[in-house]
Design a binder for this molecule. Sequence first.
Ligand SMILES: [Ca+2]
Ligand SMILES: [Ca+2]
Length: 232
Amino acid sequence: MKIALLALVATAGIAQADIITQWDFNSLPSDNSSSTGTLTPNVGAGTASLVGGTTASFASGNASGGSTDPDASLNDSGWNISTWAAQGTGSGERGVAFFGSTVGFTDIIVTFDQRHSNTVSAFFGVDYTTDGGATWTNAAIFQATAGDTWFNNRTVDLSSVAAVENNPNFGFRVVAVFAPTGGYVASSPTGAYGTTGTARFDMVTVNGVIPTPGALALAGIGGLLAARRRRA
Ligand SMILES: [Ca+2]
Ligand SMILES: [Ca+2]
């Protein structure tokens, strides 16, 4: 019995981190043009949608230093978002949203690359939902320190949020928000905020961990031992 338990403990240590869903926005098959792309995930299943009246096009994932997309060809697209709220209005109401099931996964971590133009809001918030978008909870605020620049591997660690695990109605949104000082500020320290600025997204990824059979068996054995102790 003791040997079996030790074996299970060893197995339980090898939890596998996986990509649940990923959007690289690149046309499949390639058409060698970054101005065309797709909202169909390249890994997993999910939807990408506009929030609050923003508009979208596809544009290069390589320009301005580039995203982390390993595709260095002309087909590397990012999802290019514009039509932001007027100064002093609509903080947290415009941007993009991504939905995809996390059923079968724990330890959810969201990562994405985001290019800020000079005049788009320097501040973006990330909110998550566990009920398909009926309610949202803010999890992070990111600040750009320059314009015409990619900020890669922005990371929102939700591994301590049990409600987002194993959830068919998980989603998150990235929305422009006011600066802490009030109102929108431009991403370029020398620029002025404008509604026609752009935020470009690439490699939007939902990561998770598949609980191993060993971990599950260990949890089961732990339960049995606890039950036995309770009976004793
Ligand atoms: Ca293309
Ligand atoms: Ca791309």
